[in-house]
Design a protein around this ligand. Structure first.
Ligand SMILES: [Zn+2]
Length: 67
């Protein structure tokens, strides 16, 4: 299996894509989607502090998987 770098019309940069620690892939990656952060339950905060998994967004980008 080879992984080729593709030029995307959208011009998304390979680096600098906004990713949170809880993200499995950068937002917009095919086959992935935003889901409620399992760490904070979507509130974006844990114990009164910004959730480290979603960085306070309450959402993480994860692989949707399945057909
Ligand atoms: Zn979170």
């Amino acid at each position: 299996m080879t992984e080729q770098q593709r030029d995307q019309p959208a011009g998304r940069q390979p680096t600098g894509a906004p990713m949170s620690p809880g993200d499995e892939a950068p937002e917009g990656t095919p086959g992935t989607g935003l889901a409620i952060c399992p760490s904070c339950g979507g509130s974006g905060r844990v114990d009164g502090r910004e959730c480290a998994e979603c960085e306070g967004t309450g959402k993480v980008n994860v692989g949707i998987g399945g057909a």
